[in-house]
Write a protein of this length. Sequence first.
Length: 135
Amino acid sequence: MGFPSLSRERALEMMTNPDINEIARMGRSFKPVDGYIATNNGAGNIFVYEAESYVYLAALNYGTASISGTLPWDRIGLKARNVGVIKELWLQTDVNHRAGGLSYQVPPSDARIYRISTKGLTRLKKQFEVSPFPF
């Protein structure tokens, strides 16, 4: 039969997360970090989006086992000295960062979305700039 009250509670928690809803209101797309590497049956699992003063990073796990890793800052256009506060938005927790990059852990069939405040310019805007005329 399931647990309707628990399902309702979880749905409300997910649908009313202000930090996640803020991303949706931006109406922009995340870009794959490794668009050229076929992983997870051809699907990328690390995506990035640069906003005004944040870089958002989404780590997706399509599998049945937990995944973890460290993404070097330069892979997402940052330098360690330009990284400020990092917050995981689903768990609402602050994340300690290392000079080498962002360490992430994602449970099976789940996602983590990190909001990284930046102190200075990044190279993402140039790297991922899209013309209004894609042809």
